[in-house]
Design a protein around this ligand. Sequence first.
Ligand code: HPA
Length: 247
Amino acid sequence: MSTLALIGGTGLDDFDGAQRVRSADATTPWGDASAAPVLLDIAGAQAWFLPRHGADHSLAPHAINYRANIAALQAADAQQIVAVAAVGGISAEMQPGRIVLVDDLIDYTTGRDHTYSDGPDAPLQHIEFAPPYDAGLRERLLLAADAAGVELIDGGVMGVTNGPRLETAAEIRRMARDGCDVVGMTGMPEAALAVEKRMAYAGLAVVVNPAAGTADGPIHAAIEQTLSAAMRDVRAVLRALIGAQQA
Ligand code: HPA
């Protein structure tokens, strides 16, 4: 049975109700991961957990060492990754509190270390990246959500910006024209690096605010209230997925 890893984002810096079994090495040939991956026992089933922004949530999206994070999970023998990220909602259906099992992405990031094909000794790879997310893992997440009684939006395009600032209204209008449904800051290069490492990768995007210019009022007002309720649902989906893996 292949081993699952969870990458937690804003609102999922730890996993309530799980027992820590052991930690893996945070140090990799690409530098240090955001934290040491921890093997969790969640109701009798095991999965690795890595908080993307660090255990104390101190790493900004552009400062995360994505290469080290993916390499640390692979070194811990994880073969599949479910990555959770808070996002802003762009299209009408993507209201705060909704959880989206994204099925495509557009990368607007710049200046991030975005490939392992880097340096004289690294083999050059042109990975296939359409689709970026693993179909089998997406299917199992849909089944897990069903079992947990949590409604996911099946499909959506995530635009990934550099941050840490939020977008202008004009940037969001452009992203909407491009076909983006939600906007986050951490989905890339994480997804591509996982695929370079031949790991199955899927993304759960939790809508925590309307993107800039799509609703009245400051964006941050909505985030805190929505986040904890939605993350309870995300944990329920992940528990069901992990339980089904080991069943
Ligand atoms: N934009 C970019 N990233 C985000 C947002 C947003 O509105 N909300 C949460 N992550």
